[in-house]
Write a protein that binds this ligand. Structure first.
Ligand code: ZN
Ligand code: ZN
Length: 343
């Protein structure tokens, strides 16, 4: 079968013909991939920028960690049936390290990343542990179910930031994660959600289609000025970052209320320089959010099932896996927001 793979520690991805997955062992399933998204982190690994060296011992491998599919083969005790449609949590915990034994499987010391350290969804079929699968709400379309992973990342950031009823929230970054954060901040009861980006017309367009009107383009003027103009001079309650640009956190801190929470959710290629005395005097709370808890997946799928059309504008491009490299280039040049591939 055709697979889009990272084959070397260098720029690019490569199409390869690989064998079908072997039959599933106990507790495993084979999933036919129905839809798979191209993630910003996939693009970074494609470009081979800083921060993906952990993949090297596992190459070559098929990337793709935002996918859903249909179970085609079923190992004993999987708890699923052939034909079941599932979203895939792209992490595999080992089950026997100290953290796993303590019941804290999310913080497994030996966890594998599906599409990062073992084969992922940029191929027609993939064999995974059944415990990575979450049943889909009835009738949820594959392209929308493939959004569950990035939506979970956004929802987890909103939970980490403790966004509450009536809050004014600033989201830094207009990409898929920023969009997911904005959507779940609104669902969490934020009265006002401001989203900032830099000269990013295609993704501002998506945000408008999702119903966000308070958009700030930092190419047109300083963030602080524009945000305070929108709020009538009031600092914001929560800042959530999904830019991957360390400096954006400094700018976000400049409009955050005293004692307010700022959540970093981006993957950063450079360190942050922080004016610590201001940070301390303002009692700002810097938190990190990465991935999503199992409970968050259930919450996200409940919302996707309830209001699928509310999420569809996030998808700007759809294409077969064969055109995957074109999809990567569109995402890389920020001409696309979410690109969905069909293997
Ligand atoms: Zn991702
Ligand atoms: Zn473990």
């Amino acid at each position: 079968m055709l697979a889009l793979r990272k084959t070397a520690a260098a720029f690019g991805l490569e199409f390869q013909e690989i064998p079908e997955p072997p039959p599933p062992g106990p507790g495993e399933v084979v999933v036919r991939v129905d839809a798979v998204g191209i993630c910003g982190s996939d693009v970074h690994a494609y470009e081979w920028t800083e921060g993906y060296g952990f993949m090297v011992p596992h190459l070559p491998l098929s990337m793709g960690h935002e996918f859903c599919g249909t179970i085609t083969r079923n190992g004993t005790g999987s708890g699923f049936a052939e034909g079941d449609r599932v979203a895939v949590i792209p992490f595999v915990f080992c089950g026997h390290c100290a953290r796993c034994r303590a019941g804290d499987t999310r913080n497994c010391l030996q966890r594998q990343g599906i599409g990062l350290t073992r084969d992922g969804g940029f191929q027609r079929e993939v064999r995974i542990p059944a415990r990575c699968c979450v049943a889909l709400p009835a009738g949820l379309e594959p392209e929308l179910a493939a959004l569950a992973e990035p939506l979970g990342v956004g929802a987890e950031a909103v939970l980490t930031g403790e966004v509450g009823l009536g809050d004014t929230v600033l989201v830094l970054g207009p990409g898929t994660i920023g969009q997911a954060i904005a959507l779940f901040a609104r669902l969490a009861g934020a009265a006002r959600v401001i989203v900032a980006g830099r000269a990013d017309a295609p993704r501002f367009e998506v945000l408008r289609a999702l119903g966000f009107a308070d958009l700030v383009d930092v190419a047109e003027g300083p963030l602080q000025e524009q945000v305070l103009a929108l709020t009538g001079g009031r600092a914001v309650d929560v800042v959530l970052e999904a830019t991957g640009v360390p400096q954006s956190l400094n700018e976000g801190l400049g409009v955050l209320k005293k004692g307010g929470v700022i959540v970093a959710a981006g993957i950063h290629a450079a360190p942050l320089t922080l004016a610590l005395t201001d940070f301390v005097r303002m009692r700002h709370q810097l938190r990190a959010s990465h991935g999503a808890e199992r409970r968050t997946w259930d919450r996200v799928l409940a919302h996707l099932g309830r209001d699928p059309e509310g999420f569809r504008p996030m998808i700007t491009h759809r294409m077969p896996l064969e055109r995957g490299l074109e999809g990567f280039e569109l995402a890389r040049q920020r001409a696309a927001s979410k690109v969905i591939l069909t293997p």
